[in-house]
Design a binder for this molecule. Structure first.
Ligand SMILES: [Zn+2]
Length: 206
């Protein structure tokens, strides 16, 4: 029985006998989702196999295994006095709802660098990144997380009166006092971070 063997043994066996426990990746319209369906190295149709303890897409021709790495995003709690900067999302997930500005890290970047770049691109604001506030699961299809979100505190490096702009990912960018924060928030991480920030402001009030 396969269940009596270790994942490593199953993996090596499936490499030797590819037909034993393989299943072609269905097309997107058949429920294949956003997984790769063809080998990025040789173009052969990938199959699903149990490899290293999980079902993973593998190429039956060249042996390429698609390890789905977690996505890493960075977001900023940018404050100015008793105001926080939120953007209204122009894209899914969370289209039309408010969120903290940010975006995905690129390979080769450090998180602070990625976040400065993303905020500059998204709202046209230069910011100084401060401490890490928390690490959150990234919203994905269903209950599954697509990766992690690193949240940092940040402050504008420009003088007051700066003009906010919006890129394609955001419809609007605005400063909000705690009382003005909209109810339509995009993500659990946004809700958690804003609740903490509100509590901080309330605690600091005379
Ligand atoms: Zn291949």
């Amino acid at each position: 029985m396969a269940s009596e063997r270790t994942a490593g043994e199953q993996a090596s066996e499936s490499l030797q006998r590819p037909e034993s426990i393989s299943e072609p990746i269905p097309a997107a319209e058949e429920g294949g989702g956003t997984e790769y369906r063809y080998c990025p190295l040789c173009g052969t149709r990938l199959v699903r196999r149990e490899l290293f303890g999980r079902i993973r897409p593998q190429c039956p021709a060249c042996g390429f295994i698609y390890f789905q790495d977690p996505k890493v995003a960075v977001i900023a709690l940018i404050t100015r006095g008793k105001q926080v900067l939120l953007i209204r999302r122009g894209v899914d997930p969370g289209r039309g709802k408010w969120a903290l500005p940010g975006g995905f890290m690129d390979a080769g970047e450090m998180p602070q660098e990625a976040l400065r770049r993303e905020v500059q691109e998204e709202v046209g604001l230069a910011v100084e990144i401060q401490e890490l506030l928390g690490i959150y699961p990234m919203a994905g299809p269903g209950a599954r997380s697509r990766g992690i979100v690193l949240a940092y505190r940040a402050v504008p490096t420009q003088a007051v009166g700066m003009t906010l702009v919006c890129d394609d990912d955001a419809d609007e960018a605005r400063w909000f006092t705690p009382a003005e924060v909209p109810g339509e928030l995009a993500f659990e991480s946004t809700r958690t971070l804003l609740a903490r920030w509100k509590a901080e402001i309330d605690g600091a009030s005379p």
